[in-house]
Design a protein around this ligand. Structure first.
Ligand SMILES: NCc1[nH]cc(CCC(=O)O)c1CC(=O)O
Length: 313
């Protein structure tokens, strides 16, 4: 066991059910690894949780969900913050870093519906709920007839809106439904060949102060090396595309033996143009491969697509 003078670790967390689940998950793992350390939750409401009526792309994106947590760490009101890697911005404020990436849950998107057994059975013109540009462009590419309708809020809010009959189906990350113990809501796990996940989807990361050596030593127990390599490759691709947080970009990496293979796509919002490519190489080169795949996509016109998307938004 690591020698430590730390007796308490404070986790800054959003109050949504999923955020709380993830914070408790990290608490349980930290306490199991370090029985002498007490882990407490410091729940807080973020701007992103308060503004629910405006599409995320229009209010500045995912950074709104992490700002308060980061300020709490910088002001020493909390020591760590637990994030869905998917929501973690590419850059970190001075003094903070993403230290730990935990083992990944199922990375796929889930088809959720009360009336249709799977994606193929959606009738002509069906209304599908999602606010993700990545999901929108891929769904429209597969089925141009579908009507994509905005869907904001935390997982429970989204399910309620489906149950109220506002949508024929909605798409959510499988990981969220599994963690909230609602796997029965998942009518179909959408294969990654059909719907390429978002970078980091299904993985939880832990942010802390860059100079907090003791906390970093304690967090090491939660690190999962394969997940780190995969998520770093995916994030490097997004970074190379200068993809902000709300973008029609998918990236997904898998590891077999010492080889990592990464697939990426950039699409127009109407789904009419989708640029796809892939790359593979040694796991130790994960980030460089991500950057290289971004360049391959840019060379095929991804920059033109993204410019058009940003001009609309
Ligand atoms: N954008 C919100 C968000 N952030 C993380 C998850 C799910 C859990 C995960 O991907 O780790 C979700 C919900 C969703 O996309 O359905």
């Amino acid at each position: 066991m690591t020698q430590t003078s730390v007796t308490e670790i404070r986790i800054a967390t959003r109050e949504s059910a999923l955020a709380m689940w993830q914070a408790y998950y990290v608490k349980a793992q930290l306490e199991a690894a370090h029985p002498s350390v007490n882990v407490v939750l410091v729940p807080m409401t973020t701007k992103g949780d308060q503004i629910l009526d405006t599409p995320l792309a229009k209010i500045g994106g995912k950074a709104l969900f992490v700002k308060e947590l980061e300020v709490a760490m910088l002001e020493d009101r909390a020591d760590i913050a637990v994030h869905s890697m998917k929501d973690v911005p590419v850059e970190f404020p001075d003094g903070l870093m993403l230290n730990t990436i935990c083992e990944r849950e199922d990375p796929r998107d889930a088809f959720v519906s009360n009336h249709h057994a799977n994606f193929d059975e959606l009738p002509e013109g069906a209304v599908v709920g999602t606010s993700s540009l990545r999901r929108q462009c891929q769904l429209k590419s597969l089925r141009p007839d579908l009507v994509i309708k905005d869907l904001r809020g935390n997982v429970n809010t989204r399910l309620r809106k489906l149950d109220e009959g506002q949508y024929d189906a909605i798409i959510l990350a499988a990981a969220g439904l599994i963690r909230l113990e609602m796997p029965e809501r998942i009518k179909q796990y959408l294969p990654t060949e059909l719907l390429l996940p978002a970078n980091g989807q299904g993985a939880v990361g832990i942010e802390c102060r860059s100079n907090d050596t003791e906390i970093k030593q304690l967090l090491a127990a939660l690190e999962d090396a394969p997940t780190r390599a995969r998520v770093l490759a995916e994030r490097a691709m997004n970074r190379g595309l200068e993809g902000g947080c709300q973008v029609p970009i998918g990236s997904y990496a898998e590891i077999e033996g010492d080889t990592i293979s990464l697939r990426g796509l950039v699409g127009s919002l109407d789904g009419k143009t989708i640029i796809r490519d892939s790359i593979e190489g040694p796991v130790s080169n994960a980030e460089a491969l991500g950057a290289e795949l971004a360049n391959k996509l840019l060379a095929q016109g991804a920059d033109v697509i993204l410019k058009a998307v940003y001009a609309e938004g």
